[in-house]
Design a protein around this ligand. Structure first.
Ligand code: SD4
Length: 414
């Protein structure tokens, strides 16, 4: 019995010392069983996060298992990671995160300032003012900030006439007990918090809208209405809705949801103590029906963070993605011991099970800074990472190959 107990302890010690994340455990606050499992099961193929090598065990043992030679420890934290090739936003956030030795405020400042940078730069014209005009030609903004230590969230949706969406989301988090404010009322709140109102329309966004109206409002997001939305502008009135989904899938294919009309910045920052913040900002989907809200401001959909486990951010076709909460799925998969690579794929594959025509990506990061991404509907998905593990402590653009297209499955009528 004693021998058995000693054996169990010994096996545990071996597992612990051979774990790739061991080097960080001394720095990170209290690793949980979930993080132990996560770290030991990491098999990411989409990135090279596990460059930390096991340290040789010092205990005498009759038949020692082979262990790697001592290897210099590579720190993975602090880190900043974000969707798409929005490198200046990442570099800005990285500078902020490194301004001090980290700490809760720094991760919040990092993600908010990083996303805010993208809003100012109008990244790909899909973040910030002057992009994705809705059916009336107006740009409205969605954004969120989530604090992984308190699980507090601040979000805005359909924000009108205010450029600083992610900063208003932060104000919701810090100055209210609510989670999300929407539309004109969110703008009133923003004014009260000191943000100024101004038009979000630019000559470019006006041209996009004019061209769309000149082309009979094609494409659009309507279905089962009269006149036929595939050839006409509104106003529309309702028609009986078919019980099949094929029309919807066809419409989304025609719409060609992809880069340039459908991106978002989703950013995660983690400090050396594994304090995590995640944030998002977007102007949503081009030609959306006024009032439409996407996945980006929805906790669990556009982003999710939990200091105990890690965080995830998502980008893509928000109308579909928000039905599955892929960021929450990814974080929960890591909690159950999956690697970031497997966890990101869980978020994507759940959607694929139901929607074969969707485009999107999920980035998952564990609390030790190991990361991976998974995507579908594109050839590859770029993202930006800053961490001490990068050469010269630099901000780097990386890419992951997406899951190959699935066979289109015919939807059988209900
Ligand atoms: C949305 N998901 O509103 C957002 C936009 C986007 O990547 O592309 N996100 O649908």
């Amino acid at each position: 019995m004693k021998l058995y107990a000693a054996g169990c302890i010994w096996v545990f010690c071996l597992a612990f010392t051979a774990s790739p994340g061991r080097a960080q455990w001394t720095k990170s606050a209290k690793p949980t069983l979930a993080t132990i499992l996560t770290t030991t099961s990491m098999t990411s193929t989409t990135s090279k996060p596990t460059s930390v090598q096991p340290v040789a065990d010092q205990h005498p043992v009759a038949n020692p298992l082979p262990v790697a030679a001592p290897h210099p420890v590579v720190e993975l934290l602090p880190m900043v990671i974000n969707t798409w090739n929005f490198t200046p936003a990442n570099a800005f956030a990285w500078r902020i995160l490194k301004q001090s030795k980290g700490g809760l405020r720094q991760t919040r400042n990092a993600v908010v300032e990083g996303c805010s940078k993208c809003e100012k730069l109008q990244c790909d014209r899909t973040v910030g003012y002057g992009g994705s005009p809705d059916e009336m030609g107006e740009t409205t903004l969605d954004a969120m900030v989530m604090d992984g230590s308190t699980m507090d969230v601040g979000a805005v949706a359909g924000l009108r006439r205010i450029k600083d969406a992610v900063k208003v989301a932060r104000s919701v988090l810090e100055h209210t007990q609510h989670t999300m404010l929407v539309g004109d009322a969110a703008s009133n709140f923003a004014n009260a918090m000191g943000f100024k109102s101004e038009s979000l329309t630019t000559p470019e966004s006006k041209d996009i809208w004019l061209q769309w109206t000149a082309e009979n409002c094609q494409p659009n997001f309507w279905r089962s209405v009269h006149p036929d939305p595939r050839v006409s502008c509104g106003p529309y009135s309702p028609q009986p809705s078919p019980l099949t989904r094929w029309k919807e899938d066809r419409a989304r294919t025609e719409y060609e949801i992809g880069r340039k009309n459908h991106d978002t910045i989703g950013m995660i920052a983690i400090d050396v103590e594994s304090n995590i913040h995640a944030a998002t900002s977007t102007n949503g989907a081009r030609h959306k029906i006024p009032g439409r809200v996407g996945d980006s401001p929805i906790p669990g959909a556009g982003a999710y963070a939990d200091n105990e486990v890690g965080a995830a951010v998502a980008t893509g076709d928000g109308d579909i993605m928000m039905r599955f909460l892929p960021s929450l799925l990814a974080v929960e998969a890591m909690r159950q011991g999956k690697s970031p690579a497997a966890a990101a794929e869980v978020g994507i594959r759940r959607i694929l099970k139901h929607y074969k025509e969707f485009m999107g990506a999920v980035i998952a990061v564990d609390r030790l800074g190991n990361y991976a991404a998974a995507c579908y509907g594109l050839k590859e998905f770029p993202f930006v990472v800053s961490s001490p593990a990068k050469p010269d402590n630099q901000t780097r653009l990386e890419k992951v190959k997406c899951i190959p297209p699935q066979e289109i499955v015919t939807i059988v009528p209900l």
